[in-house]
Write a protein that binds this ligand. Sequence first.
Ligand SMILES: [Zn+2]
Length: 163
Amino acid sequence: MKPLTEREIRAAFVNCTKGEAKRLSVPRDLGDRPWEDLDYLGWRDPLAPGRAYLVAELDGRPRALALRCPGLSARTARRSMCSVCVTTRTGGVSLMVAPKAGKAGRQGDSVGIYLCGDLACSLYVRGRQDPGPGARLHETLTTEEKILRTVANLSAFVAKVTA
Ligand SMILES: [Zn+2]
């Protein structure tokens, strides 16, 4: 994806208030991120362990989502599959919940997704990061096909949150 600045990321949030988007923690090392190998940029909030964020491009525009990880404290060693990159891992996948954008979100509507807890799907898909013992990727696909699938899965999620 195209490198983004902190300002662009803060302006791209769709499902939290402007004040929250201004205050939340954005990584300080944006200049060092491997943007060309990222389908989305995801990070956990270092100050709030139950919160995570991701920014992806949808229809050519960056969209950023605020996520909550309700199951964090009860993280088990269960095998589960990330619904974005389709990596099956033991203990490394978290249920994340995104309040919907706009009125629906203010009324409490949200969308849940099982996602790699470290939000590093792009690196697993490209083999740049090891998902750990017991992990499994669908090996019949080429890396290019896995990337396309990852982007499609993520876009569908972002579209659901912004719908
Ligand atoms: Zn993943």
